[in-house]
Ligand binder design. Structure first.
Ligand SMILES: [Ca+2]
Length: 476
C-alpha cells in the first residue's frame, strides 16, 4: 500500500468509527465523561534512572519530569518480563509469564487466538483502540496479530527484529505492509524515519477520537537500538558535539541514544499539549513507563554500569535477567483533577495489573482468570473509590530457566538452570547483594511453593501464513 492509500485507508477506518462515535459522544456528555481516555506510552528500554528528575546527569527530560509534579511516580512498578515480547504479552493479557503465551523473544511464538487483550476488554466498553510502535506478540500471518486482538488500528512493527531498523522498507498497518518510499532496508539511512511516522499516527489517532473514549497504546521503540536518528533531528543537533566517548556500534552511539530519549521526551510533551488543546486533558489518564529494566549500553571500564547508568548503580543486573535491574522501570501516571499531584508511591505492582486497572477505569469487567489486580484505589484514592487497595500475595516471573518471586519485601531469584534459589530482603538490601536463603528456609520454602504453582505449560499460537512473516531487513 502506498502512503497515500494508507492515509485514505486510515481515514476510512476513522470515518467508520465516527458513525458510532456520535452515539458515544452523546452518551459521554450525558454521563459526564465517565469513561476516561487512556494514553499508555511505553518507551522501549528507558531506564529507571535515565530521567533528569531521577538525577541523570547527561539526559534532560523536562516533559516526562513534569509528569512527576503533575501526577504520581511509582518506585516499585515492575515490568512483566525482562525483555520486549513477554513483557508486552503480560501487559496486554493481565497474565504473568508463568501463564502468558509469549514468554520469550521468539519471533515464532505468537499469542493464541483465544488470548484476551486489554484492547478487547476496552472495546467492549465502547473504546476506540489504536496501537503504535512495536507489537511483539505475533508476526504477520499468525494468531497473535493486533487486529485479531481488539485493535481497530495498529501501525508499526509486528516483529521485534523488524523494529531494530528505524529506516525499514515498510511498516505494517492492520496486517498490511506500508512501503516507506526512499528506504532500502539499510541500517541508519533512508528517507523516512519510522518513529516520526509512528508518532504522527499516534497524534492523529488522538485527534480523530477526541469525541469518544479512546485507548491509545504508544509502544514506541526509542530508545531501543539500533541507535539511529536523523541528522537534523533537533535533539541530535543539540547533543551532537557532546564529548561523550562511549563506543558501541557507531562512534555517535551515546549521543544518538541521549537524543532519542530527548526526542521522545519532547513527543510526550506534545501529547500532553495536544490533550490540553483538544480540551480533553481532564478526562484523559496518561501513563509513561519503560518496558523492561534498563539496558546497560555503552559499557566500558570507566562506565561499568553503562554510560547513562540506567539502573543507577543501585539495582543488580539489567535487561534480560530477573534481578531488580531487569524489572524496575520508570512509571508515571497523570490525570489532572483525579490523581493527586507530586506523589511518590512505593506500592508494589507490575504489568499484569494494567488490564484490570484500565478495565475498572472503563467500567467493565476483565476476564476472571487473570493474575493482575486493579490499582485504581492507589491511583484515585481509597476514599474516592470506596475500598482498600488490594495487595498481591506474591508476584511471579519466569524467563527461560530463570525464575523470580516477590512477596512483600522478599525476593526469591533462581538465576539460571541448576542454580539454587537466592533470597533477598529488598527492604534492607535493594542491590540484592546479601543472599539470606540459608537463614530463612521457611520463607524461601513458601516462595518456591508459589513459584511451583505459578508455572503452566507454555501453549503457542498458530502460524496461519508463514509467507507473511518478517523475512529480514533486506526483504520487501
Ligand atoms: Ca525492551
Amino acid at each position: 500500500m502506498k502512503r497515500r492509500d494508507f492515509i485514505k485507508a486510515a481515514s476510512l477506518s476513522a470515518a467508520a468509527l465516527t458513525v458510532p462515535g456520535c452515539t458515544y459522544a452523546r452518551r459521554r456528555s450525558a454521563k459526564n465523561s465517565s469513561k476516561p481516555n487512556i494514553v499508555y506510552i511505553m518507551l522501549d528500554e528507558l531506564g529507571y534512572f535515565e530521567l533528569s528528575c531521577m538525577g541523570n546527569k547527561y539526559i534532560e527530560t523536562p516533559n516526562i519530569d513534569r509528569m512527576t509534579t503533575e501526577g504520581i511516580r511509582f518506585t516499585q512498578a515492575l515490568a512483566g518480563g525482562p525483555v520486549c515480547a513477554p513483557t508486552r504479552c503480560t501487559l496486554m493479557t493481565g497474565l504473568h509469564t508463568g501463564h502468558a503465551t509469549v514468554r520469550k523473544n521468539s519471533q515464532t511464538w505468537p499469542m493464541r487466538a483465544e488470548d484476551v487483550t486489554v484492547a478487547e476488554v476496552l472495546k467492549q466498553a465502547g473504546y476506540a483502540t489504536g496501537g503504535f510502535g512495536k507489537w511483539g506478540c505475533g508476526d504477520r500471518g499468525t494468531t497473535g496479530v493486533p487486529e485479531m486482538h481488539g485493535f481497530d488500528l495498529f501501525y508499526g512493527y509486528y516483529n521485534q527484529t523488524h523494529a531494530h531498523s528505524y529506516y525499514p522498507y515498510y511498516l505494517v498497518l492492520n496486517g498490511e505492509k506500508v512501503p516507506l518510499e526512499g528506504n532500502a532496508g539499510d541500517f541508519g539511512k533512508g528517507q523516512q524515519y519510522s518513529h516520526y511516522l509512528i508518532f504522527d499516527e499516534s497524534i492523529k489517532f488522538i485527534r480523530e477520537h477526541r469525541d469518544r473514549p479512546f485507548f491509545c497504546y504508544c509502544a514506541w521503540t526509542p530508545p531501543h537500538g539500533r541507535w539511529e536518528i536523523p541528522e537534523d533531528e533537533p535533539a541530535f543537533q543539540e547533543l551532537k558535539d557532546k564529548p561523550w566517548t562511549a563506543k558501541k556500534t557507531t562512534p555517535d552511539g551515546a549521543r544518538v541514544y541521549a537524543a532519542m530519549v530527548k526526542m521522545v521526551d519532547r513527543q510526550v510533551g506534545r501529547i500532553l499539549a495536544l490533550l490540553k488543546d483538544l480540551g480533553i486533558e481532564d478526562n484523559t489518564i496518561v501513563f509513561v513507563c519503560g518496558d523492561n529494566g534498563g539496558n546497560a549500553v555503552f559499557k566500558s571500564s570507566t562506565h561499568p554500569n553503562g554510560f547513562f547508568s540506567p539502573n543507577g548503580g543501585v539495582f543488580r543486573g539489567n535487561k534480560g535477567n530477573l534481578y531488580e535491574g531487569g524489572l524496575r522501570i520508570p512509571m508515571l501516571v497523570r490525570w489532572p483533577g483525579k490523581i493527586k499531584v507530586g506523589v511518590v508511591s512505593d506500592f508494589l505492582w507490575y504489568f499484569p495489573d494494567v488490564m484490570p486497572t484500565l478495565a475498572e477505569l472503563a467500567g467493565v469487567k476483565p476476564p476472571d482468570n487473570i493474575d493482575g489486580i486493579s490499582i485504581v484505589p492507589t491511583l484515585l484514592g481509597e476514599n474516592v473509590v470506596g475500598r482498600k487497595q488490594k495487595n498481591h500475595k506474591f508476584l511471579y516471573w519466569e524467563h527461560g530457566s530463570q525464575v523470580a518471586v516477590r512477596m512483600g519485601s522478599f525476593k526469591a531469584v533462581k538465576p539460571g538452570k541448576n542454580k539454587p534459589f537466592e533470597l533477598y530482603d529488598l527492604g534492607k538490601d535493594l542491590g540484592e547483594l546479601n543472599n539470606i536463603a540459608a537463614e530463612n528456609p521457611g520463607i524461601l520454602a513458601k516462595m518456591t511453593k508459589y513459584a511451583g504453582q505459578s508455572h503452566t505449560e507454555n501453549l503457542i499460537g498458530e502460524v496461519l501464513d508463514k509467507e507473511k512473516r518478517f523475512m529480514g531487513h533486506k526483504a520487501r
